[in-house]
Each structure stands twice: as structure tokens, then as C-alpha cells.
Design a protein. Structure first.
Ligand code: ATP
Ligand code: ATP
Ligand code: MG
Ligand code: MG
Lengths: 264, 336, 287, 287, 264
């Protein structure tokens, strides 16, 4: 819950708004968003359904151009997708005509890295997501959790400066989900990655993030940002149950109240 | 005729009544300037059939092959076709008989070669492509032309309809074709003939457009068949007496110029009933005329070509080429 | 928990696939026909043949209207031995299939790029689509004469006719494939550093392959249906021409032989195409 | 929380639909063509007409090979005023459409029940399917002669030909519709007390309607494509016959008129069918 | 956690096993299941993915015939689906060609009830799920949560003796899910319904059930049955947070451990 000042700024969103469609049929999805993402942060975004979480991510990824305001990365305006900003989608977009290996190698290959390096990277990250050994399989042979792990490995293989994740575990069942949370927490810690993570599960956000951004319902605005460190506590204490304490429920209830007020 | 006695069976009665005359007659016709076209144009069908309360339907076929299909399905009672198609009809056991020869084909069907093609004799066609509508009289004659020249193995025949022959000719895809009028005239604008059906007829390869009728129909209504022949004969008389007038009638019916029609008609020979009853054509029942032999020869040739499975016997052709209705028609006129 | 993944790894291709297939699995038995159904199909054809045999035996119809099985069989053997019109049967089949496959080949190589481009760029579609939509429903025989006028009587016009028949289904399949394309595939590829060209060849093309292949199969079917029309003009070979010529001489048994040959080859070729499809697009249904 | 549902109620048809449509929405603009694309389509046709005009003006081809726009236009006006072969144009169109719609009517009323039954009962499918699969790829012209022999030269044989062309697509669509049917629909209906008959009429039939309708549209397209073939034998009316007759006399301008009329009517009828579809099967895409 | 003895037995599963497929390709989905469902109970079934939870429900619903053993309802063997056993599927199977009203009326109509009664029933249950007023809408115009509520109303409209629910809230987002849990709890209480509820979310099971059945991974066997009364506590105390106590975490941890052991 501290020491944010030292951190190096990576992405800066300045007074950004996003409107879909034109004139009568237009939807104001995002309004006056100001947000700074620092290097090494794990930011979770929470908000009611349809509030514009995905839209925010798309703006950062460069998939959508903001209607006003700008998204800066290292001070330069984001202009289209880029391998420095990796994206993990809710349903994994693995390419079924490629093997797991080929999927993970896709990014490095696109960047024309030397073959040997590509192989090393692939092996390292498949290992990182505990999937070494299934590289020859096709992706449709994998379970949902395994698919999402391959998708994460594929994104990490590019050593992106930030990983954007849009409800990556939303489609997984509760148990697999827990495993995946642990996995991503470990990866974040080990590789010192910067992660921007969308979820609609308050617990997930609190157990992963060191900053939780809560958004209002449409048009999406940032209502409040919470600095939390339960994820560090879990690291330190090695277990999850210990953090279900007063502190935790206090923050959780506050967030829940905010969101409920949004819906009412 | 026992009307009262048969009171209870009134349906049977009415059908017998109807049987004395059919409700309608279906004629399969070709779009050529022949006696039938003139007869229709002059209203002879109305005179001989319509006035008796019979509905007359004329159905145009593009070829005798189509007419045969219609005959086989029982859709039509009379059909005009080339004699080769009439042979197919007999060979395929369609229950029909041949009752009339509309015209003996002559210069109106010919082997045309394109100017500048360098084809001077038939033998020059060796190794070339010649277009002809398959299963037609022209097909039969062309095969014989090539056979006579001894090059039947060396010429590639193309199966094309007349319109396609013109198109291919103009495009230069083909330089020789055996076809009939009015297509022939279009080809001859930039070509000449090497031989025609008249020359071949002189050599014994006679072809003709003939009329066949369903036997069931003819046996039930022989008088109507005779009436048909009378209509043809009357129409033929117009041509014989005044060809220009006949061409005008036929031309306007077909939507072509009288001159074109006349040219086409002149390429053929129209025979009177008496001529047809001579030994050259129908002959008599006891002494069949020569046309049955022509048909038999043609049939044998078609069998050799595998166009028909089995060539019917001479006896079958004698029976097939039936002079009785022409005789009846003549007798009717004498009675009148 | 992250430790026990190896166990899960061994189950690769197990639970996940099965659970997603649950709804489908109910129907899989229908694909693999069981014995009863095979017997029924067999009986159906047996019954058809029996009926055919009995009807012809009863002499209700003349052999021209309905040739008996024996007659058709003899005609088949005769054509097999002596060919038709002095041309061996395999030459007829060869001529037809050459026309078909040349047409199909050109259709694939023009319709696939044009279709993909149309799906990709609205402007390209605006140019091509309405033209395709206009000619597609036209009966081929309506414009065949024009093709003969323009391309002559040789195989070219026949191939153009078959090409036009085959072009539209492939083109439409390609447009729809790109349209249905999961945009996240494209976006994720871009975020992984793929340029426009790579996106097209590594993502759009393979992702569209299943539908393209379905389009090719449809195209083959449509072209096959057009085969007889194509062989109406100036042909003296081809299985379609054989049937037409037989029609001219009322050789019903040859028509039957032609129909049976065409029916069986049609079924065989579709089976071959489906086999290739399964091999080539193994991931179909997993997209 | 259960209290604030009224708020949510007011948003009916709002968020849920939008979110599920998110992936699709990217493509919706393609359906409603924007101005640029409309202009491009317009320009394309303009260019085609211009090219046509210039080529004919240059007299490279004879009018038989390529009649000019003016000539075609005159032919059209002439046919409009005087008919073709003494038969007014609307009678030609009427004759063709009567044949088409009679065939389509019978095809729908036989193929839908048979197809649904085939999809429902494997045994029925075992009987019907292989027969349909056998005749479906056959070129209609191959068996048309047989139809003429059996059904005569009147409209019956033409309608049977078109019927056969239309039957297969509808049948196949129905089988596939039942196959794709979400089994949970059937199960839930049974658990709600529906008997076999109710399941069929209240669930299976409506759930299959979208695909059945697509099948009908395909069937119409296939039958339309077969129209000219159907009017080859012994017709003296029908737009297809008109084109064939014009072909026989190499009246290219009439062929053009026929093609243009057929193209436009084909597009119009498909649009009408699509309009009916949207009205009738409003839930399509939500199944 | 008590007084189960007094309850009337509704459904009895006796030594039931279920095998899918034949010979080599067969899957033993359920093995030796013995379970009794009493009138008025809220049973939740938990278990790892693919353990056979849905299969168990299908056997009870009558969709699938057990390979051995039997399912009895009031002592009679279950033989095919029946309106006495209502089913709510994970993705709502509302009929899109019918309005909300027609969907809810489907069951009563199938049973040929009088028109007036059908209308009363429909109105009552639409009100029960807080959806009165949208009856004229088509189902595809509703949000996921609303759809599932219509599906519940549709099942209840038949007054089934037991409602079988297969992960009914699995596809909903966390907030909607919470609303739905409250809703179903209230309905259960108000109408004295018997509910058999499948979930993979341990919290959901604990917050709803008065008996939690935990199954083993494939082949599915019942490992342990927990009698809990957190759902009653929530009723009594009116709030959810209060029950996050020692007791709760104890049971939860035990269940989690069981399931984790199943996967390991
Ligand atoms: N391509 C688009 N065109 C038009 N409107 C859109 C588009 N994408 C999203 N919207 C609208 O913008 C708003 C925000 O959508 P967005 O997907 O960003 O929300 P979200 O918070 O990600 O929702 P969820 O939690 O359901 O994923 C919604 O009202 C949505 O309907
Ligand atoms: N129709 C079927 N045919 C063959 N195997 C099946 C079928 N349905 C289920 N199975 C298999 O039976 C086992 C149990 O499946 P079931 O759907 O009952 O599990 P589940 O506990 O509901 O899983 P989930 O939590 O994923 O819904 C699984 O291995 C599954 O693959
Ligand atoms: Mg989103
Ligand atoms: Mg399940």
C-alpha cells in the first residue's frame, strides 16, 4: 500500500473519452478517464457489466481510438496494436491450426528473432506456465485452463512491457480459476511484469492487484482507486485464507457498496 | 343403336359417343415452310378437325428427337420428323406408323465449306472438323458422304444445333458443316456447297421429312388420319399451283421473308398423294414401295453406327410405312 | 495447485474436449450409422431395384419408357467394352472431369483471393459483390449461347460455363469466412507483432480455410450439376454428352447408365473431397 | 439486491443484447452499406455499361456477338410492347413463375415433413437420405428426358424437374436443422410436461424454422437456375424458353434482355424472401 | 444442521451407476450413488469438473437411464422426463419464438390448465422473480440474469415437486450471481420448494444449501455429505457477511481439501 512514488510511469491515460457509433445511436462508453500505469504494477479494474472495462483495455491496446483525450506509452501516443502491449482475451484466441509450440512461438517469429532464441523463449515460458511437454499438441486438445495458460505464455514470449488481460479467468470453473490466479501472481512476481487485469470478481481483484480501479456504470468513469497489498501478503504468508481478515472485508465491502450503488 | 336398351350404362354410352371423335388432337410440328405450315396457316386444320368440335393443339419441336420423346410419353398424336427419327421411333418400339412424306429433302440440306478454307473436294475434309446436328437427316447423309469418299475415320464430327453452327462458323471455329435451310443460307454467304442431299438422293441416300401417327389413334380414328392427309394434299396443291403464294403464306406464318421461304421450299420435293402411292414410295400393302427399302437401308446404316440397337426387319418397315390412309384420303376426294 | 499440472497434461484431449462436445455427442451415433440403419438403407435400394425389376417384368411400360435392370446392365457392359460412339467410357469420363477440374482450378484461384479481399475490404466488395449476386442466380443455359459466341465451341466455352458456376459459391464462402472471422484472432496477432501481410497469410487465410473448403465442395456440386448443359454444344465426348445423345435416340438404357455413373461418381468425388477436408482442416469445428 | 430489479427491467433489450453482439457489431456496418460503398457499386455498374457501350461503338464485334445497349434496349421495348412470339412478356414471366412456385410449393410440403422426420428418426433417414444424396448431384438435364418420357411434355414434367431441384436443399436443411437442434430445448419441454406431439410442433418445428427458411431460399435459387433447362422441351412460353428460342435464332439482344430480366427478378425475389424471413423468423440469430 | 429425520423422502437413488458409450470407448461417469432427497430440502452438489454432476442430474430428471441401480420418486422408478421434476439448465433454454409470458405459460398450457388459472400462475411467478411487466418482451431482449429468472419462473409455474438446477448461475457475472442467489433462496423459503442444485462454487453451495454433497472426480462417487445451515443464518440475520465466521471457513476448507485431493 505504499512506495508507489518511486515507480517509473509506463502508460498514461489523459482525459480520455470513447464514444461508439454516431449521432443518435451513439453510446458513450468511457468518460474522462485519467489513469497512470507504472512499471511492475498489477492493476485490477472492477466495474458493473457494460461499464466500459473492455473498452478501456481496447484503447490501451490500440484496438480502438479514443474519441477524445489520449493514451501515452513512454510519452508517445498509442497508435494501433503493438507487441510491447500483450493482450490476453477472455476466451483464449489460440490459433487452432497451430500446435501449442507454434502458438507460443508466434510473437517471436513475427519479430524475426533467430530460431535458437525462439526455441529458448518458447521452452522457458511453457515451463513457466507448467505446460512443458505438451508443445506438440494442438490447442483444441487442451482444457480451458490449459488453453488460457498457453495464451499467457504466448503473450509473455514477446516480453511485452505490459500485459493487458480482459477477464482472462472468467470462463474457468472456480477451482481452475484459483490455480490460474496463483500462476499469474507467480509469473508477475518472477518476471517483474506489468499487468493490467480486468475482472468482475471483487475477490479476484483483491487477491491479485496492488491497485484496484473501480469504475462507474455507463458511461464508465473511474470512481475510486484502492491501493491494496493482499497479494503481497499471500506471498509472504504462503496461504490465502490468512488474509480473510477485517482489513480485507472492509475494502471488499466498500467496493461492493460502490458497485451496488452504481447498479441501483 | 340401342340407346334405350343401354339406359343404365349411360357413362359407357357417353364414352362411346366421345370415341367417335377425340376431344383434342396434338400435333408435333417443325418450324419449316412445308405443307403442314401452309395447312395450319390456311386454316385447314380448323376445317378438318376444329369444325368437328375437336380442339387442335400444335406443339413446336426443335428436332425430331424431341418429337420422339413426346410420342413416347403419349403427349402427342401426330409428329413431323426426319425419316431417321422415324426409324428411331420404330426401332425403339414406339407404337406409331408412318403415313405421309412431307417433303423429300434435296438442295435445302447441304455440306457447306467456308470461303478460303481451301476445301475443294470432299476428300480435303480429311483431318478436319465438320459440324452437324446429331440424330438428324443431315447427320445420316454426312456420314454417307464421308463414307463414299472413304474418309469417315479421318473426320471429326461435332454435334451442334443449327444456331450454334452459325455462331461457330462466323467465329471461324468450324469451316465445314452439313446443315439445312435457313441456316444453310447464312453459311453460304461466306461459303459454298460441296455436295447436297439432292446429289446424295440420286445416289440412293434418300432422306425426307415424314409424318408419323400413334397407331392407337390411327386405328381408332382412321378417318381423321385420312383427313390430315387431305389437308396436307390441299396445302401441297397451293405450292404446286403457285409457289410464290405458298411461300408467302408459309413465310408470314413463320415470320420469315417469302423469298427465303421459297428458297427453302425449292430445295425440297413435294409429292402428291398419287405419286406417294407409286412403287417409288409407299406402294401398296401387298406390294410395298421403295421407301420402305430406303428406310431399311438407312436403318441398317444407323445400326452400323450404333445409333440404334437393332435394325427392324424389312417386313417391319413394310408394315410401318402405311399407304392405307393416303388411299383413304384419295377415296374421300373421289366420293366428294 | 500449480504443481499437479502434469497429471492434467496426461489428460490432454480428454476432459475438455469431451465436455464441450457433450451436446454434440448425442448426435455422433447418427454419423456413424449403426447396423440397423445400414440394413435399412440397403433394403431401400433393394426395394427400389425389386420394384424396378417387377414393373419392367410386368411389361406395363415399353422398354423405352422404362428399361429393365438387365437391359441397363447389358448397355453398361456394352459401353464398358465398346465405348459409346466409338469413344471408350473412360475417355468420356476423362473429358468431363478435365472440364470440371480445369474450371474448378481456375475458380479456386480467382474466387479465393477475390472473396477474401471482398470480405476484408468493403470497397473491393462494393465492386465485385453486386456483379456476382447478379449473375449467380442466372440459369447457366441462359448465357451459354453468349459464351459459345465469345469463346467458341471448344472446351474453353464449356470450361468458362463451369467456371462461372463454380466461382460464385467459392467467392461467397470466402466473403462469409472473413466476415465470420473471430476478430480477436486478428487483434491478438497484431498485438503479437504481426504485420498486415502476416495477419493475412498466417491468420485470415487459415482461419477461413474450413469455410473455403465447404465452398469448394459446393462449387464442385454446382459445376457438376451444370456438366450436361456444358456438354450440350459441340461435344462428342463427355459423360453429359453421352446422355444427351442417348436422349436423341431414345436410348433410355444408356440414359440410365449415364445417370447411374454420374450419381456414383458424384458421390465418390464428394467423399474424396470430404476426406481431403478432414485431413487438411483437421481443426475444423474447433475454431 | 432483489429489490432493484425494476431498474434492470427498464433496460430490457439493452445491455444484454449489446454485450452479446459486441463481436458482431464490428461487422454490422458492412450490412448497411455506407455511402462510399454504394457509390462504388454504382460506379462499377456504370463502368460496365460504359465499357459495353464503347466496345459496341468501336464495332469490334458484330451485333450478333455483342449487341449494343441501345439495341438491347430497343429489343426490350419491343418485347414489352409486342411480346415475344406473340405472347406478352408478363405471360412469359407468369408461365415461368407458375412453374417455379408450383414446384416450390410441393417441394416445401413434402421436403419439410420428410426432412424433419429424417432428422428425428434415424430409421426414416436411413431410407430417404441415400436416395436424395444420390440424385441431388445429378445434372437435371441428365434425367429430364426421362421425366419427359414419364410425365409428358406439358407443365407436369417441367414442374417435376423444378420440384426435384428444389426438394433436396429443403430436405437437407430440415435434416440438419433437427440435428443442430439444441437438445436442451427438447428436454426442457419434456420436463415441462410436453408430449411427443407438442415437442414436435411447439419446439422442433419453430426451432428448425430459420434453417428451413434458408433451405427454401436455396431451393428457390437452385430451381431458378434450372428454369431454362425445364423450358427446353416443348415450351412456347416462359422467360427461359424465350432465351432459348432467341438462342436458336442467334438473337443476341433478346438473350441479353432475357438475362437482364432474369437477373433482376432473381435478385428481387430473393429480397422478398429475405424480407418475409426477417418478419417470420424475427428471433433468428437468437437461438 | 438437524431435524432431517422428520422430513418426508421424495427421491431415492439406490446404488446407481452410469456408463456412457460401449465397450472400449465407454466412460464410467457415476459409480454406486446412494442419495435421498427429502421434501423441502436444498441440496447442493459440488465436485471437480467432469465428475458427473450433470450426469447425476440427468438421471434424476429422467433424461438418461442409469446403467445399473435405480432412481425412485415416491417409491416409483423414474422413467423419462416428467413435469413433477422441473429442470433449470446452465444456459437458459427459453424458447426465443415465444414471449416471456408464453415461455412461463408453457408448462401449464401443456397440462391443459384453464386459461384463467394459467394467467394467474404466470403473473404470480413473474412477480416472484421480480419480472412482472416484461411479459410481452421476447426472451432474446433480456439480459443473462433476467433470462435465468424467466427460466426459473417457467419451471416453478408447474409447481414441480423438485427443481433440478445445473449450474444455473455459472454464466452470470459475480454481481448478478449474488442477486440470483438471494432470489432463489427467497423462493425456496417462500414456496417450500425442494431444490437440487449443482454448482462448482463452494461459496455458492455453502450459502444456499442445507445439505452439500461432494463428489469425487471421475467416476463420480459421493465422498461426503455436509449438513449446513448458513442459508438459514442469512435469513435470520438478514446479511451475508456475518456468516463468514470460523465455522464457515472450517467447512469450506474441508470441502476445498477434499476436492483438491480429487484433482491431485
Ligand atoms: N463495438 C461497439 N459498438 C458499439 N457499442 C459498443 C461496442 N463495444 C462496446 N459497446 C458498448 O459500450 C459499453 C461498454 O462496453 P464494454 O464491453 O467496454 O463493457 P465491459 O465493462 O467490458 O462489459 P462486460 O463486463 O460485460 O465485459 C457497453 O454499453 C457496450 O454495449
Ligand atoms: N453424452 C455423453 N457421452 C459420453 N460421455 C459423456 C456424455 N456426457 C458426459 N460424459 C462424460 O461423463 C463424465 C461426466 O460428465 P458430466 O457432464 O456429468 O460432468 P460434470 O460434473 O457435470 O462436469 P462440468 O462441471 O464440466 O459440468 C465426463 O467425463 C464426460 O466427458
Ligand atoms: Mg468486457
Ligand atoms: Mg455439468
Amino acid at each position: 500500500m505504499s512506495a508507489q512514488e518511486k515507480k517509473e510511469s509506463l502508460i498514461k491515460i489523459e482525459n480520455m473519452s470513447l464514444e461508439y457509433g454516431e449521432s443518435i445511436n451513439s453510446t458513450l462508453a468511457l468518460k474522462n478517464i485519467d489513469l497512470e500505469i507504472n512499471k511492475g504494477e498489477f492493476i485490477c479494474v472492477l466495474g458493473p457489466s457494460g461499464c466500459g472495462k473492455s473498452s478501456l483495455l481496447k484503447c490501451i491496446a490500440g484496438y480502438v481510438k479514443p474519441t477524445s483525450g489520449r493514451v501515452l506509452m513512454h510519452g508517445e501516443e498509442v497508435d494501433g496494436p503493438d507487441w510491447h502491449r500483450g493482450v490476453v482475451f477472455q476466451s483464449p484466441t489460440l490459433y487452432p491450426w497451430m500446435t501449442v509450440n507454434e502458438n507460443v512461438e508466434f510473437g517471436p517469429k513475427m519479430r524475426n528473432l533467430p530460431k535458437a532464441e525462439i526455441k529458448d523463449i518458447r521452452e522457458y515460458f511453457l515451463d513457466e506456465v507448467n505446460l512443458s511437454g505438451i508443445g506438440g499438441n494442438y490447442t483444441f486438445e487442451l482444457s480451458g485452463g490449459m488453453k488460457q495458460r498457453v495464451a499467457i505464455a504466448r503473450v509473455l514470449a514477446n516480453y511485452p512491457q505490459v500485459v493487458l488481460m480482459d477477464e482472462p479467468f472468467g470462463a474457468l470453473d472456480a477451482l481452475t480459476r484459483e490455480n490460474m490466479q496463483n500462476l499469474i501472481r507467480n509469473i508477475w512476481e518472477e518476471n517483474n511484469t506489468t499487468i493490467f487485469f480486468i475482472t468482475h470478481d471483487v475477490d479476484e481483484a483483491l487477491l491479485l492487484a496492488n491497485r484496484v480501479v473501480v469504475m462507474s456504470s455507463q458511461p464508465g468513469e473511474i470512481i475510486k482507486i484502492f491501493n491494496v497489498d493482499f497479494t503481497n501478503q499471500i506471498f509472504e504468508k504462503g496461504s490465502k485464507e490468512v488474509i480473510y481478515n477485517e482489513d480485507y472485508f472492509e475494502v471488499k465491502n466498500e467496493i461492493m457498496d460502490i458497485i451496488h450503488n452504481q447498479i441501483d | 343403336s340401342g340407346d334405350q336398351a343401354q339406359n343404365t350404362n349411360s357413362t359407357a354410352e357417353s364414352t362411346t359417343d366421345k370415341k367417335s371423335l377425340p376431344a383434342e388432337i396434338n400435333f408435333g410440328i417443325l418450324r419449316v415452310p412445308n405443307d403442314e405450315t401452309i395447312a395450319i396457316a390456311k386454316g385447314y386444320f380448323k376445317k378438318y378437325f376444329g369444325d368437328k368440335g375437336i380442339k387442335v393443339n400444335t406443339i413446336v419441336f426443335d428436332s425430331g428427337a424431341e418429337a420422339n420423346q413426346a410420342l413416347a410419353s403419349g403427349s402427342i398424336d401426330f409428329a413431323t420428323m426426319g425419316n431417321t427419327n422415324a426409324i428411331t421411333a420404330l426401332a425403339r418400339e414406339l407404337n406409331v406408323e408412318l403415313i405421309w412424306i412431307h417433303e423429300v429433302l434435296g438442295e435445302n440440306e447441304a455440306l457447306a465449306v467456308k470461303n478460303g478454307s481451301g476445301f475443294k473436294t470432299i476428300k480435303d475434309l480429311a483431318g478436319e472438323r465438320v459440324a452437324v446436328p446429331f440424330a438428324s437427316t443431315a447427320h445420316y447423309i454426312l456420314l454417307n458422304v464421308l463414307k463414299e469418299a472413304g474418309i469417315e475415320e479421318e473426320v471429326q464430327l461435332l454435334d451442334m444445333q443449327t444456331a450454334e453452327i452459325v455462331a461457330a462458323w462466323e467465329r471461324g471455329d468450324i469451316k465445314a458443316a452439313y446443315t439445312w435451310q435457313p441456316t444453310l443460307a447464312q453459311l453460304l454467304k461466306s461459303g459454298s456447297t460441296l455436295t447436297d442431299s439432292k446429289e446424295m438422293a440420286d445416289k440412293g441416300y434418300i432422306t425426307a421429312n415424314v409424318e408419323v401417327v400413334r397407331k392407337d389413334f390411327a386405328e381408332e380414328y382412321p378417318q381423321l388420319v385420312a383427313d390430315f392427309i387431305s389437308a396436307m394434299s390441299e396445302a401441297g396443291d397451293i405450292y404446286r399451283n403457285n409457289p410464290e403464294r405458298a411461300a408467302e403464306i408459309a413465310g408470314s406464318k413463320l415470320g420469315i421473308e417469302a423469298g427465303v421461304a421459297l428458297n427453302q421450299m425449292r430445295g425440297t420435293t413435294w409429292k402428291t398423294r398419287k405419286e406417294l402411292l407409286s412403287e417409288d414410295f409407299f406402294g401398296t400393302v401387298d406390294e410395298p414401295g421403295n421407301f420402305a427399302q430406303v428406310m431399311k437401308d438407312t436403318s441398317d446404316f444407323l445400326q452400323a453406327q450404333n445409333s440404334i440397337e437393332e435394325s427392324p426387319s424389312r417386313e417391319a418397315f413394310n408394315e410401318y410405312v402405311n399407304p392405307e390412309y393416303i388411299k383413304m384420303s384419295l377415296k374421300n376426294d373421289q366420293n366428294n | 495447485m500449480a504443481l499437479n499440472n502434469n497429471e492434467e497434461d496426461n489428460k490432454v484431449a480428454n476432459s475438455a474436449v469431451q465436455t464441450t462436445n457433450q451436446n454434440i455427442s448425442r448426435k455422433t451415433p447418427k454419423n456413424k450409422k449403426n447396423k440397423t440403419e445400414k440394413t435399412l438403407t440397403f433394403l431401400t435400394w433393394g426395394f427400389i431395384f425389386f420394384l424396378w425389376y417387377v414393373i419392367t417384368k410386368l411389361n406395363i411400360f415399353t422398354p423405352t419408357l422404362l428399361p429393365g435392370p438387365a437391359r441397363v446392365w447389358r448397355a453398361f457392359l456394352d459401353i464398358l467394352a465398346n465405348g459409346y460412339n466409338d469413344v471408350p467410357l473412360w475417355v468420356h469420363l476423362g473429358a468431363s472431369f478435365k472440364r470440371l477440374f480445369v474450371a474448378l482450378f481456375f475458380a479456386i484461384f480467382t474466387a479465393v483471393p477475390l472473396g477474401l479481399l471482398s470480405g476484408y475490404f468493403d470497397k473491393v466488395e462494393a465492386v465485385i459483390d453486386s456483379v456476382v449476386e447478379f449473375y449467380r442466380p442466372l440459369p447457366p443455359l441462359a448465357y451459354y449461347t453468349l459464351l459459345v459466341l465469345w469463346f467458341g465451341i471448344d472446351d474453353t466455352s464449356k470450361q468458362v460455363l463451369l467456371f462461372l458456376a463454380a466461382f460464385a459459391p467459392i467467392y461467397i464462402a470466402c466473403v462469409s469466412a472473413v466476415r465470420k472471422l473471430n476478430q480477436d484472432f486478428v487483434l491478438s496477432a497484431k498485438s503479437l507483432g504481426a504485420n498486415q501481410k502476416n495477419v493475412f497469410f498466417k491468420i485470415v487465410l487459415p482461419a477461413s480455410l474450413p469455410e473455403i473448403f465447404t465452398g469448394v465442395r459446393t462449387a464442385f456440386g454446382v459445376a457438376y450439376t451444370t456438366l450436361v448443359s456444358a456438354e450440350m454444344v459441340a461435344a462428342t465426348s463427355g459423360i453429359g454428352w453421352m446422355v444427351l445423345d442417348a436422349s436423341n435416340f431414345l436410348k433410355s438404357e444408356v440414359i440410365f447408365v449415364g445417370i447411374i455413373i454420374m450419381g456414383i461418381t458424384g458421390v465418390i468425388i464428394d467423399a474424396v473431397l470430404r476426406f481431403i477436408e478432414r485431413r487438411l482442416i483437421f481443426w475444423k469445428g474447433h475454431i
